[in-house]
Design a protein around this ligand. Sequence first.
Ligand code: BES
Ligand code: MN
Ligand code: MN
Length: 457
Amino acid sequence: MSASRIDRADITRWIKAHRASFESDLRELVEIPSISMDPSRKGDIARCAEAAAAQIRAAGGTAEILTTAANPVVNGAFLCDPAFPTVTIYNHMDVQPADEPTWRQDPFRMSITNGTYGGRGTTDDKGPALTALHAARYANEKGIPLNIRFLWELEEEIGSPSFDGCLKAHAKKMPTNSVVVSDTVWIARGKPAVSTGLRGMVTALLSLETGCEDRHSGLVGGLARNPLAELAEVIAGCVDARSGKVLIEGFYKNVQKPKKAELDGFLASGFRTSEFQKVHGFKSLRTKDHKAGAAAIWALPTFEVHGITGGYQGPGVKSVVPPRGEVKVSMRLVPNQTPDEALRLLTRHVKKLNKDVVVKGQHGLLPYRGPSDGPLADAAVEALRFAFGRKPAFVREGGSIGAVVTMQQRLKCPIMFIGLSLPEHGYHAPNENYDWEQASGGMVAFTRYFEQLAEQR
Ligand code: BES
Ligand code: MN
Ligand code: MN
C-alpha cells in the first residue's frame, strides 16, 4: 500500500459542494416506494430503476436497465480504459414495506433533521448506494485509473429470485476484478466493521387445519382439536425459546463452530451486549456475555417465529375454537448449512411432532464466507481508517444478501464489504434513517478504496 495522493482539502470541499446533490438524489429515490414484497408496487419498482439509472448518467456514467424474470437490475458504469482494473459496486434499490404504526413521518417522504435523513430505504440501501455513486463520480473526475461498475438490484428484500438468471445472461458484458457490497452495518457509530460472512436463510409457513369454521368453545371445547395450541406445541418442539437453541433433529450437524480466534475477534471488535440492548430498545437479552452474544447474532444459526395467525384478533376474548392457524418462521443458516437441507430437516421434524401440520418452504439463500486478509481486505481496512480515523473490525453479519453468493459464482471474482449503516439507523424498522456523517465519510472511504484498487494491477 502506497501513501494516499488524495488531497484532503480538495475532497472535503468537493463533498461539501455536492451535499445538496446527494440529498436531492436520495430524496428522489426514497420518495419512490420500491417495495419488492408488494405486487401492487411493480410500477414503482420500474420507476425507481429508471430514476436510479438516470442519476448514474447525470453523474457522468452510463446506465442501462436489464429486465429479468422478476424485477429489473440497473447496470451502470464509469468506464475509462479497458487496461485499467475494474470494481463493481453492489447495492439494492428495493425496500421493505413501511406500515409500522410508529413512524413519526410519512415513510416515503424524505425528512432532513440536523444531517439525518428519515424515510424508508434511507439506510437500506439507497443512502449507501448514492454515497458510493458520489465517490465514483469524484474518483472519475480526478482521473483515478479505475473502471467502476454499478449493479443495483430491485429484489434483494425478497431473496433475489431472478438475479442469478440475470447474471447468467449478462455477466459476460460486465467483466470485473472484484465486487464491493455496501449493505451492511457497523458495530456502533465510530466503530466501523467489515463483514467476512453472511448468514443464509430459509423461510417456511407451518399451517394446520382442524375444522371448517369457528365453533363455540362451550359447545365443542374439550373434544375439538385446537390448531393454535397444536401449532404452539410444534414451535416449542422446534426451538428452546429461552436459549434459542434449535431442537430440530440433525440441525447442527453441518454447522462449522466459530474458532476461538474469531470469537476473540468478535470481542475485540467492541461489540457489547449492553450497547446492543440499548440501541435496539430491548428490555433484556438471552445473555449478557459479549462473546456469546456476538456469536449468537453472527456465527450461529437461528429458528425464528415471525408471526402466528388464526383465531379472533379483535378486542376482548371471543370464545371460539378456530378452525385453522398458521405460523411464519425462518431459519438463519451458517456455513456449511444449506437451505434445502434445513428445510428437509424442519419438515421431517414437524411431521414427527404433528403429522397434520403442512410445511411450505420458500426460496432459500446459502450462507456466505469471505476473507479477512488479502489485498481487498487490506484496502477496505485502510479506506475506513483513512476516512473515519479508526480501523474496522472484522465481523460477520447476521443478515443475508442473496446476491452475494450469486455474484461470487457468476462474476467469478472476490467480494469485499464496505457498509456504512449504523444499528440506530433502524434497518427494516419504523423511522429508518441515514446520516450525512456516514455519507460524507463514506465518500472519502470509497475514494480511498478506489485509489488502492487502481494500484492493484
Ligand atoms: N442489508 C440487509 C442485510 C443485512 C442485515 C446485513 C443485517 C447486515 C445486518 C438486507 O437488505 C436484508 O435485509 N436482507 C434480508 C434478506 C431476506 C429478506 C431474503 C434479510 O437478511 O432478512
Ligand atoms: Mn440491505
Ligand atoms: Mn434489508
